[in-house]
Design a protein around this ligand. Sequence first.
Ligand SMILES: O=C(O)CCC(=O)C(=O)O
Length: 263
Amino acid sequence: MGFVATEEEVSFYRENGFVEIDNVISQDELEELRMALEEVMAKPPAQSVQTSESKDLYYRVLNQRVNTWRDHGIMAKYALHERFAKLARQLTGASGIRLFHDHALLKMPGDSKPTPWHQDLPYWPMDVPEGPVWSGPLSIWLALDDVDERNGCMMFVPTSHTIGKLTGISLVEPQDIFDYAKGSEAAERKPVIVRMKAGSCTFHNGLTFHYAHSNTTDKPRRVLAVIYMPDGTIYTGVRHVVTDDKGLVAGQPFAGGLFPKLA
Ligand SMILES: O=C(O)CCC(=O)C(=O)O
């Protein structure tokens, strides 16, 4: 089981801005997590936030529930799991890893749209501690179904995390992120398609260009993604559904029970 990243995986991540790590959960854990995800998505949110409704354009891209861990103990078990946070710590070389948020990412069957090319960091209210680009915030994207081009697997542009922070892309009326990266050799690199078995995952840096295919099958594509930040990441005060009205102070590091240190 991929509880510890190999040296090759760490180097690959740092060089390319993403890495695939297989079999990070057992078959029993996968079943438990699938069931919890079904349960949490079937109920109206309490402390979690449903960011798209079935009538929205955005829902065709993603049926998304943010901070499932706040509504369901089993989702919390995995969103806060030390195993994944330790992998994030290894990849970034951070002295500590904090949770920013989790999100259930379902690509629904029927009129599904791809998730357009984007970077994540422009959406997050974070000032990243100084350091190499690979040491910054990152996400785990844990596949709960086998994924390929037919149901919404991801693609990444290798080394695109070195391009720097561009603008946040609208996921429903996307601008072309490659237009913003003209002249950059990294943006010319051929995207890598990452097909995976359920129970495997990718990690990607917050600056890495990524994309997910539409879902052309008749079943939802189910993913649990968790966003981690190195301890010491500063809250900027920019509005975000996870941080608004949570008592954080702009200019101060993320801290407290809603952004716990996990590893
Ligand atoms: O699952 C998807 O379709 C996109 C996921 C994504 O953009 C992310 O995890 O940052």
